[in-house]
Design a protein. Structure first.
Length: 193
């Protein structure tokens, strides 16, 4: 493969990156060709030594998306970073994507449980209050005052669970970024940043 064809394929592979990043990457690879030619190597030899431009483009895209997800945390950003990393190799489907889905499922499940417990507390406390003021007949096995405090405790426990889920989500987000960086390094065989 000749230099122009190689750089054209690389440009196509990194087209989703910001323009300044594209220009910097293309300048680096153009420099690799210039140095190789001064050392007496052919363009085909240099292109072969540099590797497949499509794979290189995927690596740069994954690194860029991981960086963006780190700089501006969002569910969309981390999702795009995970998908870009999965695109680097089939084994990433099992090593990155499935654990990520399980993690997201667990976080959402904890949030749903916390929300449910938080909502159950006021219902129980309200029911106990209605029994205490005589609006409803006594139908609880426990004293209404105990049910009232239990309802308040449920609400508090649910709110605590939601707060802990938020904290857990932040930790998992940071660790996912670190894991994606490590995964990209392992796949590319070099340090990414």
């Amino acid at each position: 493969m000749q230099k122009d064809e190689y750089l054209s394929q690389l440009r196509q592979a990194i087209r989703a990156l910001p323009e300044d990043e594209q220009e910097e990457i293309l300048a680096d690879y153009d420099e690799h060709f210039r140095i190789g030619i001064t050392e007496g190597r052919t363009e085909a030899e240099i292109a072969s030594a540099l590797g497949d431009p499509r794979s290189i483009g995927k690596e740069y895209a994954a690194v860029s998306l991981v960086n963006r997800a780190e700089e501006s945390p969002s569910a969309r950003g981390i999702g795009r970073a995970v998908l870009a990393t999965v695109g680097l190799g089939l084994f990433n489907l099992f090593v990155v994507f499935l654990p990520f889905l399980i993690l997201v499922f667990m976080i959402v499940l904890i949030l749903i449980i916390g929300f449910s417990i938080t909502c159950a507390g006021p219902f129980l406390a309200g029911y106990a209050v209605l029994i205490l003021i005589g609006v409803l007949p006594m139908q609880l096995d426990t004293p209404p005052l105990a049910a009232l405090f239990f309802g308040i405790g449920l609400t508090s426990a649910g709110l605590l669970m939601i707060a802990l889920d938020y904290w857990l989500t932040r930790i998992c987000y940071r660790q996912t970024i670190r894991y994606l960086r490590w995964n990209i390094e392992v796949i590319s065989g070099k340090e990414t940043l």
